[in-house]
Design a protein around this ligand. Structure first.
Ligand code: N01
Length: 548
């Protein structure tokens, strides 16, 4: 359903993933006239598009779920600890129905333009379906990982078999039975999909440029007792999440009474540097390889990180018992924690199957795509299906593709030519009443994203309510405040393994040829960030320019 094109709306919301849905709900609660626009045929955003085999949450779902509605928390029964894409998509559909959000959404429609008319103080939003919507507030809830990355291989279109991208997987699924499948990319999407596809395919070849550090997800069916207790504990879970810098509380469920006859299990050390080589190995034995994610010193201390990285590669060698595969899969050239953590289910196990092989593109780069496969510098590989698991033009890709024009016709993509410039990841100078949820310069992807989404949606909603109550026509950042914030974001990332000289990642933009390099998320943490956002508001929207 769509609103009349002549009607002046209060707000347009672009995208109906987790952020867009909650934004619609909040704006509805304020009684605003709104229109949401969604490119897909259904709600869910990332959880609508990324329906590749094996796609699931990389955080326990109890924590990666909406906190805004106590009713919703009580009504929804999760069936797995790390829920899969179908269940999360169902949950988001349930949310849309429960809060009657669909009436505000126009599906199968892509926004093409958003242009600000200074005289009228209105945004004109156009779509590829010929709609024109006029509104006071324009809110981009387009997410951080939305624009699929297709590597520009030579003769990329030459392949005559089936071609898929994990982020644009067909709704009806793909039958890979008996097929020879090539997967390019071994990030989270490749790591999650390879083991599942390898079970079906006759043969699977993983073309890998950078090996990952990946840790077992430990997914399991949801224990009904655990879920029941979580429902009792939700208030406390959410409070603990708010007090954690990642928006995570590591909820453990019902606490078992301690048996006085059983010695408590030791806790892993806080620092890997405090351990002898023997103790490090013992901790891996005691706590599993995931213990390497727990040592605080590995995040900022290069020596500690190097030790952890070596231990990881040794573990892999032992697990695989195959020198060629272990060597190819070992992430030796960049630090642990440089990229977003990857969580897997039987990833390395897949490489012990006879039908799965790995091509190390660092040693033998892709030369071209051919009608029947891929030619590397070493040989020609033939297959029937080509799967790109090559990630996204993250954080800026979607927004930069649109024709977004603010004051004096200035174009957002030009303002961001050398990297995104935002104040608090919420707004860009020169673009009044134009908001972005989880934009560059906010913790977003370096946190429990849904936790960050809720905080942003609430901030934007409260801000709009404030503007309306106080007859304030526009809000936008002051240029000096924006420049200072960008500097502050850069400072926060200094010394982290995420910005180490040998680190390449989509956080830095280095996965996309020609993209400006710079660490885009804000690394100070969600608690710190929320307090900074609250302080800005308490000081009368400090750093923003408000005009009546
Ligand atoms: O993308 P990625 P993703 N030639 O960019 C390779 C979220 N997510 O879709 O590392 C050859 O991480 C690239 O190699 P390199 C999560 O936040 C979450 O996997 O650039 N290879 C890499 O191996 C995640 O961080 C879940 O050297 C090329 C891979 O493709 C984010 O999405 C699940 C190449 C891309 O990895 C992105 O993950 C899935 C080229 N030209 C995704 N270009 C959950 O678990 C790229 N690659 C919730």
């Amino acid at each position: 359903m769509s609103k009349s094109n002549e009607q002046v709306l209060d707000a347009v919301v672009v995208g109906t993933g987790m952020a867009g849905l909650y934004m619609i709900k909040r704006l509805n609660d304020q009684g605003l006239k709104i229109q949401a626009i969604e490119a897909g045929s259904g709600v869910g955003g990332a959880w609508y598009w990324n329906r590749y085999p094996g796609c699931r949450a990389d955080l326990p779902i109890i924590e990666y779920s909406y906190s805004f509605s106590k009713e919703l928390q009580q009504e929804w029964d999760w069936t797995e600890v790390m829920a899969g894409q179908p269940e999360i998509e169902s949950y988001l559909n349930y949310t849309a129905d429960k809060f009657d959000l669909r009436k505000d959404i126009k599906f199968n429609t892509k926004v093409t333009d958003a242009v600000y008319d200074e005289a009228a103080n209105l945004w004109t939003v156009k779509t590829d379906q010929g709609d024109t919507f006029t509104c006071t507030y324009c809110i981009m809830a387009t997410g951080c990982l939305n624009e699929p990355n297709y590597p520009g291989f030579k003769n990329a279109d030459a392949f005559t078999g089936d071609v898929y991208h994990t982020a644009q997987w067909p709704k009806d699924g793909v039958d890979l039975t008996g097929k020879r499948v090539a997967v390019i990319g071994c990030g989270s999407s490749g790591v999650q999909s390879i083991p599942v596809m390898a079970k079906q395919a006759k043969e699977l070849i993983a073309f890998q440029r950078s090996p990952v550090y990946t840790f077992p997800a430990k997914n399991a069916p949801m224990n009904p007792k655990f879920l029941a207790q979580a429902k009792v504990d939700y208030d406390s879970i959410r409070e603990q999440q708010r007090n954690n810098e990642m928006g995570i509380c590591n909820y453990r469920g019902p606490k078992k009474p301690k048996d006085p006859n059983v010695a408590p299990k030791p806790r892993p050390s806080k620092k890997i540097m405090d351990l002898t080589p023997e103790q490090r190995k013992q901790e891996i034995k005691d706590f599993g390889i995931n213990v390497l994610t727990l040592y605080a010193d590995t995040y900022f201390n290069a020596e500690a990180n190097e030790i952890a990285s070596q231990l990881y590669c040794e573990y892999l060698q032992e697990f695989l018992g195959d020198d060629q595969k272990a060597d190819a899969l070992s992430p030796k050239n960049y630090p642990l924690h440089c990229k977003r953590p990857v969580i897997d289910t039987e990833y390395y196990g897949a490489f012990t199957q006879d039908n799965v092989s790995i091509v190390d593109l660092r040693a033998t780069p892709v030369e071209e795509v051919t009608a029947t496969g891929i030619r590397t510098s070493d040989k020609h590989y033939e297959f029937d299906v080509l799967v790109y698991a090559t990630g996204f033009d993250a954080m800026t890709g979607t927004i930069k593709k649109l024709n977004i024009r603010g004051r004096d016709n200035m174009q957002l993509s030009e303002q961001w030519e050398n990297g995104p410039r935002m104040y608090m990841g919420l707004q860009s100078a020169g673009f009044p009443n134009f908001f972005t949820t989880t934009g560059p310069g906010s913790p977003s992807v370096v946190s429990n994203v849904l936790h960050s989404i809720e905080q942003h949606v609430e901030w934007i909603d409260n801000c709009i309510a404030y503007l309306r109550e106080n007859n304030i026509k526009t809000i936008e950042p002051e240029l000096a405040a924006q420049d200072a914030w960008v500097e502050h974001v850069n400072e926060a990332a200094k010394g982290s393994m995420m910005t180490a000289p040998t680190c390449n990642s989509w956080y830095l933009g280095s996965n996309i040829d020609g993209k400006p390099q710079g660490f885009m998320p804000y690394l100070a943490g969600t608690k710190t960030y929320r307090e900074e956002c609250e302080e800005v508001v308490a000081k009368g929207y400090e750093g923003f320019s408000l005009a009546s």
